[in-house]
Design a protein around this ligand. Structure first.
Ligand SMILES: Cc1cc2nc3c(=O)[nH]c(=O)nc-3n(C[C@H](O)[C@H](O)[C@H](O)COP(=O)(O)O)c2cc1C
Length: 221
């Protein structure tokens, strides 16, 4: 049976009360800096059963400004920025080398929440990036060892052979170095917290980094 995409789209809603509880959000009571609010919202997303709250969209741009976006995992967030890891030779790695500026977006559907941030990106020192990789799962190391991310692939058999060898090495050598694997940090200049509201009076609270402190403002939804 053929499915009509547009019929299907029209049948869908966001924030179904059966699965979503839109919490109240009072921006006047929000902390003075965004890391504290992010940490609070992240813990609440986990508690609300949000699947994979640590996945996020990472937007970068080519040297000519053409945008690109994909999902990556959040490795940490602190005063130095929001951390993610990837291969320096991948599309995104090369984009970041040419234009070290990016944006991240989280969507936590269980609570109708979105968090967006943008700012300059820097690569962490190599030993820190390698230590971060070696603290992760064998599968993460095997994936990193497989390498050649974003290169054209000749066949799925070629990937299977490279992956088998990478898994074998990851099990045998849990500290195997992966020179191209890089930990990056995005230091936000601007960060927005969006709380969806059933009556569409969504709350948008923006933090803007200024000299020595964060400025806060509300935006029309
Ligand atoms: C849930 C999920 C998590 C992912 N996490 C990462 C990650 O942490 N690092 C990474 O390099 N790729 C990750 N990927 C793969 C990327 O989305 C992307 O396919 C890959 O990094 C190549 O992107 P690029 O060609 O734009 O460089 C993840 C994909 C999914 C669906």
């Amino acid at each position: 049976m053929a499915t009509d995409l547009h019929d299907l789209l029209r049948s869908l809603r966001v924030w179904d009360p059966a699965t979503t509880e839109l919490p109240p959000f009072d921006p006047a009571a929000a902390p003075a800096e965004p890391l504290a609010l992010f940490t609070e919202w992240f813990a609440q997303a986990v508690a609300a059963g949000q699947p994979e709250p640590h996945t996020m969209s990472l937007a970068t741009a080519d040297a000519d400004g053409t945008p690109d976006v994909r999902i990556v995992m959040l490795h940490g967030a602190d005063a130095d920025g929001w951390a993610f890891a990837t291969h320096s030779g991948s599309h995104k790695g090369r984009q970041l080398a040419a234009r070290p500026y990016a944006a991240l977006a989280f969507y936590w559907s269980a609570q109708g929440r979105q968090v967006r941030l943008r700012g300059p990106v820097t690569a962490a020192p190599v030993p820190e990036g390698q230590a971060d990789l070696h603290a992760r799962s064998t599968g993460a190391l095997a994936a990193a060892l497989t390498g050649r991310q974003s290169d054209p692939l000749g066949s799925v058999e070629e990937l299977a052979r490279a992956s088998d060898a990478a898994w074998e090495r990851a099990r045998r050598e849990p500290d195997a170095p992966v020179p191209s694997w890089t930990l990056y940090r995005l230091r936000p200049e601007r960060m927005e917290f969006f709380q969806g509201d059933a009556k569409r009076r969504h709350v948008r609270l923006v933090y803007r980094r200024t000299e020595g402190a964060w400025a806060k403002e509300l935006l029309w939804p």
